[in-house]
Design a protein around this ligand. Sequence first.
Ligand code: ASP
Ligand code: CP
Length: 310
Amino acid sequence: MQHLLRAADLSVDNIHSLLDSAAIFEQHITSRTRLDRMQGRVLINLFAEPSTRTRLSFERAMLALGGQVQTIGAAESSLLKGESLEDTGRTLSCYGDVIAMRHPTPGAVAALARGARIPVINAGDGSHEHPTQSLLDLYTMKRRVGRLNKLVVGLVGDLKHSRTIHSLVDMLAPFQPQLVCVAPPELGLPAELVNSLAVRGISALHADDLSTVMPELDVLYVTRLQRERFEDLALYERLQASYHVNAASLVGAKKNMVVMHPLPRVNELSPDVDADPRAAYFDQVRYGVPVRMAILDALLDALAADKPAL
Ligand code: ASP
Ligand code: CP
């Protein structure tokens, strides 16, 4: 049984092969080729938190592969009656071939996977991880910057609670990035993540002022303050006002630098950046479909062949 629960589940070879296969699927999407690789197969989406991109791109990916999708929200499921995540996983396995799940509690997707008899994909578990987002982030970096090795990546915003950041730095680690964190002290990277990066020879530098590091960056990765993870909403309001990236912030940036954001954005990234050719966040949205096609294909292909996918 193979699941995709954390960025660390993917080796460098897995990452390269998924990105290569996503590039092929991207061509299929562009040419509107009909695929039937997932004919007769069903993806079950279980989303216990709001989502626009992840949920719809998983659905689109499965449909584009010729498969079908069944979706259930947590508020409609028997989780609300107190059913365990393990029993829910076992139950969903009776109806589908693969599960994509989002949940507000870190570790909840892993708990469901323990009961499941089919592959489970983590579509975001609380402030823990969001590995499929990182794969599409790497795809975007490769497409836009032309390489993954030794990128200088500025991480802006809520590095404490952003699951996209946690998975991203873990997935980028084997490619030896230089990380520059631009975040208030209350919202820095979790200490255990910093330590695990240090063990791999990666230091996460801190910059108080984005403008001082802007000329060095290959990637500027902006994140929303994760309001739903704050216990103290007054702190959220105070920090929320403390940073804002706009067109003027890009003065001095490299010509081929890319501005990324997992979206949704609130106030931290101004729409006046959208017209800049370096803005890549709607490319990220678009690339979510071929990248998730590659993930579904790898997991189900391996299941059919009874071999490890990852
Ligand atoms: N959509 C991303 C996530 O679900 C980022 C965000 O919500 O800020 O983690
Ligand atoms: N990037 C992302 O996960 O978006 P959604 O929360 O809309 O799925």
